[in-house]
Ligand binder design. Sequence first.
Ligand SMILES: *[C@@H]1O[C@H](CO)[C@@H](O)[C@H](O)[C@H]1NC(C)=O
Ligand SMILES: *[C@@H]1O[C@H](CO)[C@@H](O)[C@H](O)[C@H]1NC(C)=O
Ligand SMILES: *[C@@H]1O[C@H](CO)[C@@H](O)[C@H](O)[C@H]1NC(C)=O
Length: 250
Amino acid sequence: MSSSLTLFSFFAVTFLYTSSHSFNITNILNQHNDFSKFNNLLTQTQLASTINNRQPITVLAVSNDVMSALVPGRPLDVIKKILSLHIVLDYYDEKKLKSLNGKSVILTTLFQSSGQAQGQQGFLNATVLKNGDVLIGSAGSSVQTQVVESVMSQPFNISVLHISSAIMINVRPENGPPFTPPPRSAPPPNDDDYDYDEPPSPPSPHSSAPGAGPLKATAKTSSASGVSGINSHPAFAFALVITSILWFMT
Ligand SMILES: *[C@@H]1O[C@H](CO)[C@@H](O)[C@H](O)[C@H]1NC(C)=O
Ligand SMILES: *[C@@H]1O[C@H](CO)[C@@H](O)[C@H](O)[C@H]1NC(C)=O
Ligand SMILES: *[C@@H]1O[C@H](CO)[C@@H](O)[C@H](O)[C@H]1NC(C)=O
């Protein structure tokens, strides 16, 4: 009797715990065969778990047929930097982008927060044309890719947008070991201070962006607060399991 109760409370707690994870990017992309290469790389570079622990977030997904521009001949640490440029630290779905009709907005990416970006490399420039087309490129670069469609969205936590090609930038591979492991768990809110050879901060690259100010500010503050509350769940769930097991065993 008490053992079945223990089992019950275990499942109850497990359910509470898993349902507190609001999304899993690996599972989201698994539902779309077109993104399997992109998805595998997110897992290999451990960016998937970073994404799962951050919200609001927007993932710019690249389909298999154009992944060949990104992958062959590049070490994993370089691929990781380029992929982290495809992860925007704010929520942008099609509706929000369309509301920027005729404007440009500067987006802050995970690459920027890694402290490894040089110059404006960590920022994207999204331009919404009058006809509703959305073009995105590395800030300060004229090469742009187009938003094809929305893959999924869960307002206002995660949005996945399909873009027509990878956004490429020139990044150096690491000098030392071939691959520098990322931080184990979710980056803390103030993860702007990695120990890497951070280049001197460039003069604020976005200050000249018309109309980008408020949105930029939103991206910064909300990404900082978006991590809160996640990390306490495992410990809490674990404590509950232990407590209920002890309770029913005595
Ligand atoms: C979005 O995130 C918030 C904060 O973590 C959470 O309370 C809410 O349930 C999430 N929304 C959805 C639809 O999962
Ligand atoms: C997300 O889903 C993948 C594949 O199903 C799984 O391996 C991974 O552990 C999940 N991550 C989280 C945080 O639940
Ligand atoms: C963003 O792109 C638009 C259109 O290409 C351009 O007019 C604008 O100057 C760019 N902004 C920045 C900060 O690069």
